[in-house]
Design a protein around this ligand. Structure first.
Ligand SMILES: Nc1ncnc2c1ncn2[C@@H]1O[C@H](COP(=O)(O)OP(=O)(O)OP(=O)(O)O)[C@@H](O)[C@H]1O
Length: 314
């Protein structure tokens, strides 16, 4: 478990992290969401003892990082996948890390196997693709078989196959009972990966909840209905006092569930070609809760269209 209590970090005039308190439970993938510059990396660095807080504390299984007896056996992290000597092989890099942290050499081949790099273990890490470098970074994080794992933007720049691999891998680590804390500004990906969310904006906590609750609290469930007798249906729905909006050949109804819309359609004699519940998205929920502090746009990367958020003015 990770616990931040009143965590604060000031860089000169910039308040990067502002009195932040949250808990990251074991056995779940917890997404750490926020626009660029919200303070995610700074928070992770403070948890890992790489930056000293100006105030408050960050605890891993109840202890400050500096007080851990075996840091790499307790917590593993992927902060920067390209942090590896380019001329070293993947195996040599991990052997060096294992040796300098008094971890058994045989663990190197185990983690190479876990992340699927055994066949390229003797190759120069400098020639690795970003996806392979991410796997090597994850292998390094797993060397001490820690119960707590932190990943900073692990899917950034990866192709869809790499993104899917990371997502499944995070789930597997959580199913093994580990604490998995993963930062991202790719909301559509986090909606699929994270079961819990810690959401921050401008260094402050916006919300901590399950992903499901976060979306449900901030968005409205609606019903999409399509019918060849759309005009009659629209009139009946209007009389029932619900709010309706046109979307192409469909109506989007708020204020009634599918059963109610279906019954109203039957009593009107309207044939239905579609009657489907519409759930809000993580993007909508995020926009609703962060208001105008961020501006929404989409970014096209490797054939995918992930939603991403940037602060206004950037
Ligand atoms: N070493 C530093 N010195 C001065 N300011 C810093 C330093 N590190 C971070 N900041 C500032 O602190 C704020 C938070 O930055 P941080 O990198 O933690 O955000 P982030 O949410 O991780 O953003 P991103 O998604 O872009 O990585 C930003 O305004 C940033 O410019």
């Amino acid at each position: 478990m990770i616990e931040a209590v009143g965590l604060t970090k000031r860089y000169g005039k910039t308040l990067a992290v502002d009195n932040l308190s949250f808990t990251v439970p074991a056995g779940r993938v917890t997404g750490f969401l926020g626009p660029n510059g919200a303070g995610k990396s700074t928070t992770m660095r403070m948890i890992l003892g790489l930056d000293a807080p100006t105030g408050g504390s960050a605890l891993i299984d109840g202890k400050h990082y500096r007080d851990l007896h075996h840091p790499l056996r307790t917590v593993g992290a992927l902060l920067d996948a390209k942090w590896v000597h380019p001329n070293r092989s993947a195996r040599a890099h991990l052997q060096w890390m294992a040796k300098s942290n008094k971890l058994p050499a045989k663990r190197v081949d185990e983690v190479l196997e876990i992340v699927g790099l055994t066949s390229v273990a003797g190759k120069r890490a400098g020639g690795f693709s970003l996806g392979m470098s991410q796997r090597l970074g994850i292998a390094a994080a797993l060397l001490g078989d820690p119960q707590v794992l932190l990943f900073d933007e692990p899917v950034n720049g990866l192709d869809p196959e790499g993104i899917l691999w990371i997502r499944k891998f995070m789930h597997r680590l959580a199913e093994e009972g580990r604490t998995v804390f993963v930062s991202s500004h790719l909301l559509s990906e986090m909606a699929l990966t994270a079961q819990e969310l810690v959401v921050i904006g401008r260094g402050k906590l916006i919300s901590q909840s399950s992903t499901e609750d976060f979306v449900a609290q901030a968005t409205e469930n609606t019903v999409r209905v399509r019918s060849p007798q759309l005009a009659a249906l629209r009139t009946a729905l209007g009389r029932a006092g619900v709010s309706i909006r046109d979307e192409g050949e469909s109506l989007i109804v708020s204020g009634m569930d599918c059963a109610e819309v279906g019954e109203l359609a039957a009593s009107t004699g309207a044939v239905l070609h579609e009657l489907s519940p519409q759930r809000g998205s993580l993007e909508e929920a995020f926009m609703q809760l962060t208001g105008d502090s961020v501006e929404y746009h989409t970014e096209i990367a490797d054939g995918q269209v992930p939603a991403t958020l940037v602060p206004a003015g950037k």
